[in-house]
Design a protein around this ligand. Structure first.
Ligand code: ZN
Length: 207
């Protein structure tokens, strides 16, 4: 900000404003300011210890988000630490259970993997739900949230520019948001929609 002609009163007011903004940033649960004054990433921990054979795909999916956005960082939970995101493997369909923004449970369901869908794309997609993104089906392979609608040949596990911008918006800024565009306290059932094209939307409701 350039204020070349400020009076001392205005400067004092600006200083108070900056102090207030700094205070808010510090008071936020996991936000802080780094050296250049930009808000540091909000850390969201995940526990992939229950993701069995998909663990490396889950780690890769988390790393892709970390490469793609600045406002949030997915970090493996320390041993004994309660994670924001639990990642599990089971024999059902991939799905996410949202609680609040950055919190929930993800299932890397083997039914979609058995059909040939890419495990890293599934992982990044389901994490995307926890980061506030809803399904965007049908959609192209360039969209992460198009999920299974892009077909089994689609191995893209990166969010597109719009998806990145959405997540940056949800986690950026001084005020901690508690929701993105995805429904909260909902079960987001994935991949089954690929087999039932008349029902393009996901199932919603409690598990
Ligand atoms: Zn989905």
């Amino acid at each position: 900000m350039h204020v070349r002609t400020s009076t001392s009163g205005l400067a004092a007011a600006l200083a108070a404003t900056f102090a207030l903004m700094g205070g808010q940033a510090t008071a936020a649960p996991s936000a802080a300011a780094d050296a250049d004054g930009a808000a540091a990433a909000r850390v969201v921990t995940y526990d992939a210890s229950g993701s069995a054979e998909f663990r490396s795909a889950v780690d890769r999916g988390a790393a892709i988000w970390n490469e793609s956005v600045d406002a949030v960082e997915l970090r493996p939970a320390a041993a004994g630490q309660r994670a924001n995101i639990r990642v599990l493997a089971d024999n059902g369909w991939p799905r996410a259970i949202t609680t609040s923004l950055g919190n929930g449970t993800v299932y890397i369901g083997r039914q979609a993997v058995d059909e040939g869908h890419n495990t890293i794309r599934i992982s990044a997609h389901e994490l995307g739900h926890i980061l506030g993104l809803p399904d965007r089906k049908p959609g192209p392979c360039s969209s992460l949230m198009s999920g299974a609608s892009a077909g089994t040949t689609c191995t893209n596990a990166y969010p597109n520019a719009a998806e990145k911008a959405e997540v940056e918006g949800y986690f950026g800024g001084s005020f901690a948001r508690t929701s993105g565009a995805v429904p909260l306290n909902a079960l987001i059932m994935d991949w089954r929609a690929a087999r039932t094209p008349n029902d393009g939307s996901h199932d919603r409701g409690r598990p």
